[in-house]
Ligand binder design. Structure first.
Ligand code: SF4
Length: 416
């Protein structure tokens, strides 16, 4: 089936509009500025994005909106009712056909679908669920599906989305209820969290069912995620991370995606005209990682006492190490897993490698090349059989040496 010119024209608008949603993009991907007018014609602009499936595979998704028309008027959103952007709308059948067509051509391995609110939250949710139903029931579509759900829709419709989707998400939108009230008055933080709680219950109920039935029905096996816009209002990083930690704890979210506010044309008075530095978004992801996988408490990484903002100059793990120099050097041959996880430049995989290697003998300096991307970075923090750092840690020279320009400090690269 050839994709018609009309469909391509709509796709250009609706894929371009979808790129502002960070919920299925990996951190550090090519970034967005709503005012630049670019995107259409590029791969991302035509709706192909890369995301990580629950099993860790990087997959290509058709990332598109059902429509960029919306009856709500959230001040930070380019698709808001009062925005002057060109509008378009797909029917559920059109999105399903496009997905199947791109899937058959091997362009994509799945679909990320979101939408502005058409007529009412329930009506919109019905349309999203209908896309999923056509794909799963009529086309027997086995690809990955991430559906954005509308928190104001009825719980039955949100649950119906979960029955078809691999992952579902509900956007928390902004770090505090006050900001939400100010910038998105039609939305309600309590309602959003109620919807998340309902999804958590449904996901956990289906997980229990999995252990009881031979052929359990799937329900969002990839869990739920959310997106928080950063820099649209005055919240600091401490507030952003506090909200994220609460959401992980309360609703068992798989991911909180941080999306640096993207300035929009014809924005409402009072909205920022500049976007926050993208490195701020990256530092938030790093801090998020540290609290979830490295055993750091939020208040160890950031506190309102420090001004509430993460240091943009280096990754928060290194900043913590520089503030806690008495904790180092760590003996890689005897330290606990929790202690090893605190070494800047050593990721979770590196720690596993150290623990595995220790079963066969004591580690020397040269062995560290197998556990860290850069031995130079980690050597001031560790001792090994034939290595003890000099007094760099005390001299203050370390701080100057390690605080390289922001792009050179990358926790994720170190974790590889
Ligand atoms: S409801 Fe969603 S699409 Fe509509 S204006 Fe608000 S953020 Fe934008």
């Amino acid at each position: 089936m050839a994709v018609s010119e009309k469909t391509i024209a709509k796709l250009k608008i609706l894929a371009d509009a979808a790129k502002y949603d960070a919920s299925c993009a990996s951190s550090g991907s090519k970034k967005r500025d709503s005012r630049d007018g670019k995107g259409v014609g590029s791969i991302e602009g035509m709706g192909i994005c890369h995301a990580y499936a629950p099993d860790g595979r990087c997959i290509s998704l058709l990332k598109v909106l059902l429509t960029n028309s919306c009856i709500f008027d959230c001040a930070y959103c380019i698709n808001r009712a009062s925005s002057g952007v060109e509008r378009a709308r797909f029917t559920p059948q059109e999105v399903a056909d496009l997905t199947v067509e791109f899937y058959k051509r091997n362009y994509i391995e799945g679909l990320f679908l979101s939408s502005g609110i058409i007529r009412s939250p329930d009506y919109t949710m019905e349309q999203i669920v209908e896309v999923a139903r056509i794909l799963r029931e009529e086309h027997d579509f086995g690809g990955y599906m991430h559906l954005k759900t509308i928190p104001e829709a009825s719980p039955e419709l949100i649950e119906a989305a979960g029955r078809h989707a691999d992952r579902v998400s509900i956007n928390i939108e902004l770090p505090t209820a006050n900001s939400l009230k100010k910038l998105a008055p039609e939305k309600d933080r309590g309602g959003i969290e109620d919807a998340m709680a309902g999804l958590k219950d449904a996901i956990e109920a289906h997980k229990r069912e999995k252990t009881l039935r031979a052929k359990p029905k799937l329900f969002a096996p990839g869990g739920q995620s959310t997106q928080m816009i950063v820099g649209a209002d005055k919240e600091d990083d401490a507030q952003v991370l506090t909200t994220a930690t609460d959401l992980y704890d309360k609703h068992r979210l798989r991911r909180v995606y941080y999306s640096a506010f993207s300035p929009i044309p014809d924005s409402k008075p009072g909205m920022p005209v500049n976007k926050p530095p993208l490195i701020r978004e990256h530092r938030l992801y790093q801090a998020d990682w540290l609290t979830r996988f490295y055993g750091f408490r939020r208040d160890e990484i950031i506190s309102t006492m420090d001004g509430g903002m993460l240091d943009l100059a280096a990754d928060p793990k290194l900043i913590w190490a520089l503030k806690n120099q008495g904790f180092f050097p760590i003996d890689v041959n005897s330290a606990t897993k929790e202690e090893l996880l605190r070494i800047p430049g050593v990721g979770t995989k590196g720690v596993e490698k150290i623990l595995a290697a220790r079963r066969f003998g004591r580690l020397r300096y040269d062995d560290l090349t197998r556990v860290a991307a850069s031995v130079r970075k980690i050597r001031p923090f560790v001792t090994a059989l034939d290595w003890t750092p000099t007094s760099l840690l005390e001299s203050g020279a370390l701080e100057a040496r390690m605080k390289k320009p922001a792009e050179q400090q990358d926790l994720f690269a170190a974790a590889a």
